[in-house]
Ligand binder design. Structure first.
Ligand code: HAM
Length: 415
């Protein structure tokens, strides 16, 4: 038996990278006032229909929906923004003057065509800020993202921003698009022809080169933005520049979810092939209200952890080995040394050994394979006088120590 198509096991080499990101995120985003929320893996289907938009690919083609034994229509969460809004409303987390910052991480489910970097169960780490439409929130929340990933030193990342307007100005742009595309309708791909009827903004996102060449002459949405929305977008761009965050304007960036208003953005990588979006997000000032809550402007983004982890792996980031690998001359010495080994672990060291206690050579080979920092060799002389010969694996330097001093020694070496 194998894991279901589009799903995969995260093995220790993968979970190590995920943990780095998740643990780092809890510390980093706490500095900005974010607190973690954990919502259920499944929700009522209706939540995503109303929240994400029933003409989006996610809702129309990709949801894992089923009827439970009680006859309810249930859906495995394809994203978390709608679910977090549901929780915010249900628990009345946001009052009229509050700003609430929530973060989350966990699995999402979309029935997409699997390919490199695209899975049917994938993982996101995201943040959502409720309670303000101030452009400063957009800037600050994008900055929090950029400074989170900055220490990983990933090259070829580009921040792309746009404003998609809102109900005050977008309808005019949609009407313009329909009219402008009417003449070339027959030359558009089948998907775009459907989008023209159901969700015309999404044509801009089409990957088909022929379609894109037909869109070359289209006016950008920025021509249609209301004075207020234009000012908002300018404030976001100026704020990013003020913080020294480079970005590129792309008037064709529209995102695949219908709830966005004003700012929309993505971080794309040149190193990921076709699935280049590492994360995406933006402002969604109407979603809480659409889902039955009070008018609550909001902003957020979600990062694809699978894609981030693959970028980190490509940069050579990997699990560190044990602090100490013990090599014994005889198996019976290992049995007798067990209380000492247990004590080392209680002192905070990661200690391992080869249970078969073969030749020195095979044990040393294994220490190498496991990427141990130190190897502690206990041969006849060491066993007789209660010492260990400590070999630093990276430099091959060697020192002999009394056994009881090992924990202190390693701690001092890595202080
Ligand atoms: P999204 O763009 O649909 O946005 O997903 C965010 C990120 O999740 C993507 O950039 C990508 O890295 C990752 N991702 C999406 N689908 C897959 C997949 N099938 N396999 C692997 N990774 C994937 C949202 O989900 C919004 N809720 C973001 C947001 C939060 N907007 C406001 N707040």
């Amino acid at each position: 038996m194998k894991s279901v198509k589009g799903t995969r096991d995260l093995l220790p080499r993968d979970t190590y990278l995920f943990q780095q990101l998740e643990q780092g995120a809890l510390v980093h985003f706490a500095r900005y006032g974010f607190r973690e929320i954990r919502t259920p893996i499944f929700e009522e289907t209706q939540l995503f229909l109303r929240g994400i938009g029933d003409e989006t690919d996610i809702v129309s083609k990709e949801m894992y929906s089923f009827e439970d034994k009680g006859g309810r229509s249930i859906t495995l969460r394809p994203e978390l923004t709608a679910a977090v809004c549901r929780a915010v409303i249900q628990h009345q987390l946001v009052g009229p003057t509050d700003i609430v910052k929530l973060m989350y991480m966990g699995p999402m489910f979309r029935y997409e065509r699997p390919q490199a970097g695209r899975y049917r169960q994938f993982y996101q780490l995201g943040v959502e800020v409720f309670g303000s439409d101030d452009p400063l929130i957009d800037v600050e929340t994008i900055e929090a993202l950029m400074s989170f990933i900055q220490p990983y030193g990933l090259p070829n990342l580009e921040l792309i921003v746009n404003s998609v307007g809102d109900s005050t100005d977008r309808p005019a742009y949609l009407a313009y698009l329909r009219e402008a595309l009417d003449d070339v309708r027959d030359q558009l791909c089948n998907d775009c022809q459907t989008r023209m009827v159901r969700n015309v903004l999404r044509v801009l996102d089409c990957k088909n080169e022929n379609c894109q060449s037909l869109f070359g002459e289209l006016r950008p949405i920025s021509d249609f933005l209301s004075h207020e929305n234009r000012q908002h977008f300018e404030a976001v761009c100026n704020g990013l520049s003020q913080l020294g965050i480079p970005y590129r304007l792309n008037p064709k960036l529209v995102r695949g979810l219908d709830y966005y208003t004003k700012t929309a953005f993505e971080l794309v990588s040149g190193d990921l092939g076709a699935q280049s979006a590492v994360m995406g997000g933006g402002r969604y000032d109407n979603l809480v209200q659409t889902l039955g809550g009070p008018a609550t402007p909001a902003f957020g983004w979600a990062m694809g952890l699978d894609r981030m982890a693959s970028l980190l792996a490509a940069r050579g980031m990997e699990e560190k080995g044990p602090d100490l690998f013990l090599v014994f001359g005889e198996r019976s010495w290992l049995d007798q040394a067990l209380p000492w080994i247990v004590k080392l672990r209680h002192q905070g060291l990661e200690v391992t050994y080869d249970l078969r206690v073969g030749s020195f050579k095979s044990q040393m080979k294994r220490a190498n394979r496991e990427n141990a920092r130190w190897t502690g060799i206990i041969g006849t002389a060491e066993w007789a006088n209660g010492t260990v010969s400590m070999k630093h694996m990276a430099t091959s330097e060697q020192t002999t120590l009394a056994r009881e001093n090992v924990a202190k020694f390693i701690e001092e070496q890595h202080a």
